[in-house]
Ligand binder design. Sequence first.
Ligand code: ADP
Ligand code: MG
Length: 275
Amino acid sequence: MSVIGHGNGGTVYKVRHRLISSDYAVKVIQLDKNAVEIREQAIREAEILKRIDSQFVVKCHGVFYGRTISNPCFLMEYMEMGSLQDWLRAHRRIPEKIISGVARWVLEGLKYLHGMSIVHGDIKPSNLLINSKGEVKIADFGASRMVVGTRDSCVSYTGTYTYMSPEMLEPNRLSEDHSDGYAGDVWALGLTLLECYVGHFPLIDPRQKVDWATIFCTICLDEDPEMPEITSPEFRSFIRHCLEKDWRKRGTASELLSHSFVSQFGSNSSEGLAS
Ligand code: ADP
Ligand code: MG
């Protein structure tokens, strides 16, 4: 058993099934002082994972509880190439053709989840995982939730503030007509793909500290944050649709799947991530 990842929620190990000789990932949720809250969140995560069955989402085979300390453990499909964040650390940038392939995988995943009334809530490079075929799947449902009714609030949002959309960062201003949260996933995907293109967190000068205040001022107060130069018109237009400040005008996952940036390359253009 070896450690393959750490996050806010817990530690992820690679394990081998002795009988069938295949690898799995096990995410063990750490329970500390906030045990009740974290356990409730893990139960929510498990409830959502139980409903999901898609080739675009990392498969969870089951949830069990440790014998002595009863930490919740998630048994998952093993994604050999790690996360998009690992890939960026190793290669710095991703070529546009491969980004188009990543966009296709994640949009298919979001289309599926949103169709099931699930908001992922924490789309970012470390939550998008790659397997040995170069397939990119959505993982980590620690911040996700089911949308119930049309007036569901996004106040409970617990994702990473860096990738939060304007309507998530400033929910009160939009209380009369607030978003159900799906558009927030699209915004976070736009930022993630732009990060793949420029090699660092976009919209903010890489020499500047990325803290909550800077994010808030850039995303919510600036007229138009400075966009990195994008040469291809297809990619520029695609990013503009994802990073539309008004969530009502932002593209949905289904709409963006038919954008020319996604359709211009073949369906296996993310294969390069595996080589
Ligand atoms: P957290 O809620 O702690 O952020 P994640 O589910 O995002 O937990 O996992 C943390 C990291 O562990 C990921 O960024 C990734 O590097 C690694 N990891 C998670 N699940 C898998 C998996 N199924 N296969 C391979 N690596 C994984
Ligand atoms: Mg994570």
